[in-house]
Design a protein around this ligand. Structure first.
Ligand SMILES: [Zn+2]
Ligand SMILES: [Zn+2]
Length: 345
């Protein structure tokens, strides 16, 4: 089969590789659509846990073309999403159902062959049906489950004012989920006016370009000088990681989901806010809870099927499996603007 193979640092090429073998409890799927995740780039650049050659891609969906002899719940032809996380199910955290905290997990697209390939082999326990949801839309299930994990975890309530940092994929999905809860205000912060315009279309009540406007002043203006009840940090920048501490209301809550790409140094005011304002800071990683894979996943599928979350305008580019290197080149050289990039093997 054809697969895009990472063979050194950020170098990737599409090769003919050996077919994957489907064990008794596995299904083999023909990959139909696979998103490129910010974490793919991060892991390439930090040579994280890859054992070369590696086939990345963990946000994918496809059609079952073969099933192992003990597979009971699925059949050939079923349309499914891959749940890329394989918890050990025996460590302290797994025993408590905190699968995202597993000490010995494996990940499809990191430790095991992923979705930037024609086919993928996945344990039956790591797929869910997507019914007749469009494949490209369904490739957003994994990032949307990540968003659900944070929003369900930080407990956004009806009437809250929410500020979202970053209008990339995670920010835009968060915005739409929050908008479905019945929040009073949703303020989206970014430095790209085009993305902010899209945020308005997706339901933001206010947007702030933090390069052009005074962030704290604007947030005060939009929140009766109180600050936001909840801040969702989805940008993964040391600047926004600090800004979240400056615009959250007394006794408010902050959810951190973005990767720290650099050291985060806080000014005095930001740190003082944590205790003077009795802020609650919570981090969220991945998307899993008990029973595996968790309600995050069921909610993500449901929100996409029912159209509560729309993703069409978030897809900026699609590439074939032969062009995976081009897709990463485009992202890494940063000359062209992009949003979600999909690989369609
Ligand atoms: Zn991802
Ligand atoms: Zn475990």
């Amino acid at each position: 089969m054809k697969a895009a193979v990472l063979y050194e640092g950020t170098k990737i090429e599409t090769r003919e590789v050996e077919d994957l073998f489907c064990e008794s409890k596995d299904v083999k799927i023909r990959v139909k659509s696979c998103g490129i995740c910010g974490s793919d780039i991060h892991k390439m650049q930090t040579t994280w846990k890859y054992k070369y050659p590696a086939t990345m891609g963990h946000e994918f969906v496809g059609e079952i073309v073969e099933i192992g002899r003990d597979v009971a719940k699925y059949k050939v032809g079923d349309r499914v999403v891959c749940i890329p996380f394989l918890p050990c199910r025996s460590c302290n955290y797994c025993e408590q159902g905190h699968y995202s905290m597993c000490e010995n997990y494996k990940m499809i697209g990191t430790h095991l062959s992923g979705g930037f390939a024609e086919y993928s082999v996945i344990p039956e326990s790591n797929i869910l049906s997507i019914k007749d949801l469009d494949y490209d839309k369904a490739s957003f299930i994994e990032p949307l489950a990540v968003v659900m994990h944070a929003i369900m975890g930080i407990k956004v309530e009806i009437g809250d004012s929410v500020i979202i940092f970053g209008a990339g994929t995670i920010g835009m999905l968060s915005l739409q989920v929050v908008n479905n809860i019945g929040t009073r205000k949703i303020i989206v912060v970014d430095i790209d006016n085009e993305k902010l315009k899209l945020a308005k279309e997706y339901g933001a009540t206010h947007t702030i370009n933090s390069l052009e406007e005074n962030l704290q002043q604007k947030v005060n203006e939009y929140t009766n000088n109180l600050g936001a009840d909840i801040a969702l940090e989805c940008a993964g920048s040391p600047i926004t990681q600090e800004q979240a501490l400056l615009v959250t209301k007394k006794r408010g809550k902050i959810a951190y989901t973005g990767i720290a790409y650099k050291d985060v140094t806080l000014k005095e005011e930001a740190f003082e806010n944590i205790f003077r304002k009795e802020l609650t800071l919570k981090g969220f990683w991945n998307s899993y809870s008990a029973p595996f894979p968790g309600r995050e996943w069921l909610n993500a599928i449901d929100f996409l099927i029912t159209g509560k979350v729309k993703v069409d305008s978030l897809i900026s580019h699609t590439f074939s499996v032969d062009e995976v290197n081009k897709a990463f080149e485009m992202i890494l050289n940063k000359k062209e603007k992009y949003n979600k990039v999909l690989i369609k093997p």
